[in-house]
Structures are given as structure tokens and as C-alpha cells.
Design a binder for this molecule. Structure first.
Ligand code: ADP
Ligand code: MG
Length: 275
């Protein structure tokens, strides 16, 4: 569905992403993990058109999208959220989602000023898309609340709704569970699972390994900008290169501890399966 070949980007002397090849399969959840600074967010910036690669190609549904500007990438059906929640806090949750849908609409300033038929139809379509997007992330009851007055977790959901309102086929989520508590993380995990069950292709960058292990069908591991492993959660969590990347001192202590706990849990689960 979404394929990349020898993808790379260099910032001055820093090769942030290097020689990454692979693909995202439709209808599943792919997680991208790796220590801080591994190049995960940069990889998303490449896929979504925020950065132009200095090497390699990206294709989406067999069409070359390398170097396309962000709004064209979004229009084709690739939406993303950002690591730091980027929503309009002074707007309602609903209006945030409306803005997401507006990237799809064609009417301009004159249509708005003259209240043309197209403008009215598109406004109606945007409102419907926005309500649907909010419902998909469990915020139907908070549509009119100013986004800035919502909890941190609900603000994350608004940013997902904004992305959903663009009508994506692929949703890229950059650390959606950063800064929210364990109970909220479980709830958000359920929401992401439901989105995928509804047919959306999800790519998730996440540090919280409990979430990754619960959600991911496929995991790709980046380290120093390169892909060092990929496979099922069970395969990846046993991969010596992955364990070394995390336990070798590059990762933050809490990440190391979480991964260690999850690796042990995964090993125990596999053990039960064999017993
Ligand atoms: P991760 O998301 O895996 O923690 P990032 O993709 O944010 O890592 O960063 C990977 C590397 O790319 C880091 O060394 C970072 O400093 C560098 N980098 C990312 N964006 C830029 C940029 N716009 N300019 C210069 N360096 C950047
Ligand atoms: Mg990042």
C-alpha cells in the first residue's frame, strides 16, 4: 500500500534516516519503535511530505509520491498526527475536525463570501465528516467544548479526529500515548484498535511498549536512522539486535525497563503457548 525504497534524509552532517526500504501492509497496525533520536518522527515527516527525502522513493497505491507537498499527500489519503499535540486550542473540538475535512474541499474565499451552493454543500459535508470523526474517537459528547479545555488525553483524541476528518486510508500516529496516564493509555489503545478494525491502516510510533505489544501486527525497528529489524511482536522482541539497541544504553531508563518487562511477558506468553 505504502512502500519506500532506500529512503533517506540528511540534515547537514546528520543522516537522520538512511537506506530504509520496506512497505506498510493495508488493514493492519504497524508499529515503528526505536530509541530516542532513531529517526522515527523524521520517517513520518518523509512519508507525509513534510520533509523531502535526500535519497530514495516513496509510493502509495503504486503511485510515486516522492517529494509531493503535504496537502497533496493528505488528499491522496495519508494523514498524520504529531508527537506534540497540534490542535487549535481556541476552537471547539468540532471546529478542529472541520478544519481537517476542509483540506478535501474546493471552495475558496469567494464561495464563502457569496455563500455559493458549493460552499453550503461543502460546509455541510465538513460538519458531517467532523461529527463522524469525533464519534470515531469517542468525543461525540464533547463536540462543542473548546479543545484547550479538554483533558490531555481528549486533546490527543481531537488531533486524531482532525486527521480522520481528512478521510485517510493510512493514519500515521506519532506517540499518541505520550503524556497520558496508564488508564487513559488503555482507553486510547482500544480506540486505535477499533479504528483499525474499521478498515483503517494504522502506523504507530510509540514508546509505551505495553501499547505496542497489544496493538501491533507488525513492528519495524529503527536505530540510528536505519531499519535494524522487522516482524511480528514476538519475532522482534526476541531479536538480539533490537534487545541490544534498547538495552545497550541508548534508550531512556523508563523505556529500557518497559521493554524488558514486555520482553519477559512476551517470553512467558510464548512459553505458555508451547506448554
Ligand atoms: P525519534 O522520533 O526517533 O526520536 P527524530 O526523527 O525526531 O527521532 O530525530 C532523528 C534525528 O534527526 C535526530 O538526530 C534529530 O536531531 C534529527 N532531526 C530531525 N529533524 C531535524 C531537522 N529538521 N533538522 C535537523 N535535524 C533534525
Ligand atoms: Mg519522535
Amino acid at each position: 500500500m505504502l512502500a519506500f525504497d532506500d529512503l533517506g534524509i540528511r540534515f547537514g552532517g546528520n543522516q537522520a534516516v538512511q537506506g530504509v526500504s520496506g512497505s506498510i501492509q493495508p488493514g493492519i497496525i504497524t508499529a515503528i519503535i526505536g530509541p530516542n533520536g532513531a529517526g522515527k518522527s523524521t520517517f513520518f515527516n518523509l512519508l507525509s511530505g513534510f520533509y523531502k527525502p535526500t535519497s530514495g522513493r516513496i509510493s502509495f497505491e503504486n503511485r510515486d509520491i516522492t517529494g509531493l507537498p503535504t496537502h497533496e499527500v493528505v488528499a491522496l489519503g495519508i494523514a498524520r498526527t504529531f508527537q506534540t499535540t497540534t490542535i487549535y486550542k481556541e476552537l471547539s473540538a468540532l471546529d478542529n475536525a472541520v478544519l481537517g475535512h476542509r483540506v478535501r474541499t474546493r471552495s475558496g474565499l469567494w464561495d464563502a463570501l457569496l455563500a455559493t451552493g458549493r460552499e453550503r454543500r461543502e460546509t455541510q459535508a465538513s460538519l458531517e465528516a467532523a461529527h463522524t470523526a469525533l464519534a470515531r474517537v469517542g468525543l461525540a459528547g464533547q463536540a462543542q467544548v473548546l479543545a484547550g479545555n479538554l483533558t490531555q488525553e481528549a486533546q490527543k483524541r481531537v488531533s486524531i479526529a482532525l486527521a480522520l476528518a481528512t478521510g485517510p486510508k493510512v493514519l500515521l500516529l506519532d506517540e499518541p500515548a505520550a503524556g497520558i496516564n496508564p488508564e487513559e493509555t488503555v482507553n486510547l489503545t482500544r480506540t486505535i484498535r477499533e479504528l483499525a478494525a474499521g478498515g483503517l491502516t494504522v502506523v504507530l510510533i510509540e514508546h509505551k511498549m505495553s501499547m505496542v505489544m497489544r496493538l501491533a501486527d507488525q513492528i519495524m525497528v529503527l536505530h540510528h536512522g536505519q531499519k535494524i529489524a522487522e516482524g511480528s511482536p514476538a519475532q522482534v522482541s526476541r531479536d538480539p539486535a533490537v534487545v541490544e539497541a534498547y538495552l545497550g544504553g541508548h534508550a531512556a531508563p523508563h523505556v529500557r525497563e518497559e521493554l524488558k518487562a514486555d520482553l519477559e511477558q512476551e517470553a512467558a506468553r510464548l512459553g505458555e503457548g508451547h506448554a
